[in-house]
Ligand binder design. Structure first.
Ligand code: COA
Length: 256
């Protein structure tokens, strides 16, 4: 278990907190594994009644660790990132997220699998997959347009530009925007409210709401993973990752 994810259990709420602020909470394979194992364990643990995911005060997550992407791209459906995506997308217990600062890539797409999302006024969101020579993951190519409409989703997924909490609220995947100093406490209080409700009712409500799209979502995620896996090792993505660490703009004109 890595300490880059803090796991706490208190009063029925399981909290997963990104804790790698020096690398902007970029998510490594070890961090995905810890989150996946913890979420799977929570499924049958009656002491867990709600789950809370949060970042640090100034950064939610810079998304997948780009060094990991370069050195050990996820291979096969049992790669930790895919275990994590399966676990969060099929979590039976309610999941609340608290977002302050930037949420990049999977930092944003994981929110589409949370039930309640609270954002600080300092939060920003971005889906820079095309900018990195990649394509959407976590079923975001399906879920974002479902929540926000096609054109709004296409703008965010094709251009990859960052947008603020007010826009995320308008798009529909954030429930409420709060002052940065209040967001974690508010999200925690919402999780505590859920933990006090009958678990069986929450489970049934969530399951009924998700039932119709369950299979479609898993199929979309599997299809995205096929493209994503090929693109991760293609020259466009290699150029984008190298450019990030060399602190320069990538040059995609060399590719068709
Ligand atoms: N993977 C690996 N390392 C990352 C990272 C990532 N996704 N994001 C940030 N880091 C590291 C930087 O390399 C830097 O390390 P260093 O101090 O050893 O040089 C450190 O975290 C601080 O990052 P920096 O870019 O200087 O912070 P910032 O405040 O200027 O910008 C972000 C913050 C999140 C906007 C910016 O780091 C960023 O765009 N990161 C990449 C996001 C991304 O493309 N994610 C993948 C999506 S699929």
């Amino acid at each position: 278990m890595t300490t880059d994810i803090l796991v706490e259990r208190a009063n029925g709420v399981l909290t997963l907190a990104f804790n790698r602020p020096d690398k902007k909470n970029a998510i490594t394979a070890a961090m995905y594994q810890t989150m996946a194992d913890t979420l799977v364990g929570a499924q049958d643990d009656a002491s867990v009644r709600a789950i809370l995911i949060r970042g640090s005060a100034k950064i939610f997550s810079a998304g997948n660790d780009l060094e990991d992407f370069m050195k050990s791209p996820p291979m096969g459906e049992n790669a930790p990132v895919f275990q994590f995506l399966r676990a969060i997308s099929s979590a039976e217990k309610p999941v609340v997220a608290s977002v302050a600062g930037p949420a990049v890539g999977i930092g944003t797409t994981l929110l589409l699998h949370c039930d309640l999302v609270y954002a600080a006024d300092s939060a920003s969101f971005s889906l820079p997959f095309a900018q990195l020579g990649l394509c959407p993951e976590a079923a975001s190519s399906l879920l974002l347009q479902r929540v926000a409409g096609y054109q709004a989703a296409a703008e965010k997924l094709l251009l990859g530009e960052a947008f603020d909490a007010a826009e995320a609220l308008r798009m529909g995947f954030v429930n409420r925007v709060l002052p940065a100093a209040e967001v974690d406490a508010f999200a925690a209080s919402q999780a505590a409210k859920l933990a006090a409700l009958p678990a069986s009712s929450l489970r049934a409500t969530k399951s009924l709401m998700k039932r119709a799209s369950r299979e479609e979502l898993q199929t979309q995620m599997a299809e995205e993973a096929v493209h994503f896996g090929k693109m991760l090792v293609a020259p466009e993505a290699r150029e984008a990752f190298k450019a990030f660490f060399e602190k320069r703009k990538p040059d995609f004109r060399q590719f068709d």
